[in-house]
Ligand binder design. Structure first.
Ligand SMILES: [Zn+2]
Length: 306
């Protein structure tokens, strides 16, 4: 790569060198703001649009590279359960969908778990790849989530999860729904062991994921403008028969209505979560020493309230 190919963008470069149309197309992408964006610019800006700031989706690997200190991490393997226990077929076989998704993402499932450091604090991090059947949450995702929680508890490391999902995997029906209670119980174990659990909502987080582990974090953070909800906007609008505000189900709207705690830009997630964890970890130490005093003071408050 010489200085021309490195610094001059393809449109200008084409003056120097003839390129095929196909090659040109793959170098540019579009954004919701309708601007044409050079893919390299998007990548160097943490996959956030340089024109409008929209946070584009990340693969699990990209997420880990951006989030962990110096982009260093190790993935944690999780058991992969039996594929397609219901022999599910809609307009395609579920096994074929799995095959395509695995080839595309190079992952066994939508969920990937890794361990590394954030602001020098050892943590376990989970992420979802939306390209894997809409980031849907099934039995394998549940196994990965629980493997992450177990690693957190055994090594006393905080657990952080980046949600990006349309909900439970309908091809696994009740087996997928069952993961809602399994993951909720796993989160409960984190809380029993006083392990901080932080959820970062990324666009979109909806359905059963919102209704289970994603909303159970000690601190709930979201990337800007992420869609956060349970049922879709149209379903709600047709049920309540009222016009919903434009910004309904956006991260900012959910935050203003008390659903989540913070909206943080991608570039500040490492530093913000690092700071929060340093506070939380100190707090956990103090809490365990003064547990009895806390109980008494809560009881007193209850008594005065009644
Ligand atoms: Zn944009």
């Amino acid at each position: 790569m010489n200085w021309i190919s490195k610094f001059i963008k393809p449109k200008i470069k084409s003056l120097f060198k003839k390129r095929s149309l196909k090659n040109e197309e793959t170098l540019w992408t579009t954004c919701g703001c309708k601007n044409l964006i050079y893919k390299e610019d998007l990548k160097s800006n943490l996959n956030c649009c340089p024109k409008c700031g929209a946070h584009h989706k990340l693969s699990c690997k990209e997420r880990f590279k951006i989030f962990f200190d110096n982009g260093e991490y190790e993935t944690i393997d999780a058991p992969v359960p039996y594929d397609d226990p219901l022999n599910f077929v809609d307009n395609k076989k579920y096994t074929d969908r799995l095959k395509t998704a695995r080839k595309l993402t190079q992952q066994d499932d939508a969920v990937s778990i890794a361990t590394g450091k954030v602001q020098n604090i050892k943590v376990v991090v989970g992420a979802q790849d939306f390209r894997f059947i809409g980031g849907s949450f099934g039995a394998a995702s549940g196994e990965a989530f629980i493997a992450g929680v177990q690693h957190s508890i055994e090594n006393k490391m905080p657990f952080i999860f980046f949600s990006c999902s349309g909900g439970q995997r309908m091809m696994e029906s009740s087996i997928a729904l069952m993961q809602m209670s399994r993951t909720s119980l796993a989160v409960n174990e984190l809380k029993k062991n006083k392990i901080p659990y932080i959820v970062v909502f990324t666009d979109p987080t909806t359905g059963g994921v919102t209704a289970s582990w994603a909303m159970l974090g000690d601190i709930l953070i979201s990337e800007p403008k992420a869609t956060i909800g349970f049922a879709g906007r149209r379903v709600i609008q047709n049920t309540v028969r009222e016009t919903l505000p434009e910004e309904f189900q956006t991260a900012e709207y959910v935050k203003d209505h008390g659903g989540i705690d913070l909206v943080v830009e991608r570039k500040y997630l490492n530093s913000t979560i690092g700071t929060l964890l340093s506070v939380l970890l100190k707090k956990t130490e103090i809490e365990s020493k003064t547990e009895t005093t806390n109980v008494v003071s809560i009881d007193k408050n209850l008594q005065s309230a009644s």
